[in-house]
Design a protein around this ligand. Structure first.
Ligand code: IPE
Ligand code: IPE
Ligand code: MG
Length: 228
């Protein structure tokens, strides 16, 4: 069933708070990341049912390399397992996978896995799931501006056309969980006129009802784009 009356075509989420979720339970941080992957599964399914065309999820930032080596390796391991185990489900639910960020610089086995997953889901149409991996918006803008300049004059349109999200609908709603109120280098260009939604809920606790609440609030917002 599709109920898209909220009007949001593209929703992005800064999935934050896995570490604090684990800490509250006296568990290691990796347990929070595992619970975070479960939340991703549930939310991706809900997004399709709620009539969202595209969802962009911040999974690993270009600054997250500053974390201890063990945590980085846990996150990469979880990412690989998620792609492998959920490929069939993407196929079944008509989910097209996309990866944004400098993911080609990741380990060769991860790159190969991603390449394969992109190819296998390329014909899917219902929902696009863009995973931001080794993503930083400033890095994306440098890459986009460089590519735009090589192709001709730099304008707002040519930069936008070279962003990692160029083939996605405009960003409507940007959600951040865990109570932090900042963008942490996520979708800086795309969020120029996106509606922002901050919730104290930690990412592993974020449920379809929370997504629904964000969409309900979005539907009540007055987007003026500088006009009246
Ligand atoms: C978000 O949770 C997941 C990633 C950044 C990969 P965190 O790991 O940042 O959790 P907190 O912010 O420490 O609670
Ligand atoms: C942003 O969360 C990155 C992801 C959710 C992948 P962080 O936890 O890394 O952000 P900061 O460090 O609190 O700004
Ligand atoms: Mg965090």
């Amino acid at each position: 069933m599709t109920i898209a009356n909220h009007g949001a075509r593209h929703v992005a989420i800064i999935m934050d708070g896995n570490g604090r979720w684990a800490k509250k339970r006296l568990l290691p941080r990796v347990a929070g990341h595992k619970a975070g992957v479960e939340a991703v599964r549930t939310i991706v399914r809900a997004a399709g049912d709620l009539g969202i065309e595209a969802m962009t999820l911040y999974a690993f930032s270009s600054e997250n390399w500053k974390r201890p080596e063990e945590e980085v390796s846990d996150l990469m391991g979880l990412m690989k397992r998620f792609i492998l185990s959920d490929l069939d489900e993407f196929a079944a639910n008509d989910v097209k996978l996309k990866v944004i960020g400098n993911w080609r610089a990741l380990a060769p086995d991860v790159v190969k896995l991603i390449d394969n997953a992109l190819e296998r889901t390329s014909g899917n149409k219902r929902t696009t799931l863009a995973v931001a991996l080794n993503y930083g918006a400033q890095d994306e803008l440098v890459r986009a501006a460089t590519a735009a300049a090589a192709a001709g004059p730099i304008t707002e349109e040519t930069i936008a056309a070279h962003l990692d999200t160029a083939d996605m609908p405009p960003l409507d709603l940007l959600i951040r969980t865990s109570g932090e109120v900042r963008l942490s280098n996520f979708l800086l260009w795309q969020s120029a006129y996106a509606e922002l939604y901050f919730t104290d809920t930690l990412w592993p606790d974020f449920k379809p009802a929370d997504l629904k609440a964000a969409l309900d609030q979005f539907a009540r917002r007055d987007r003026r784009y500088g006009g009246l």
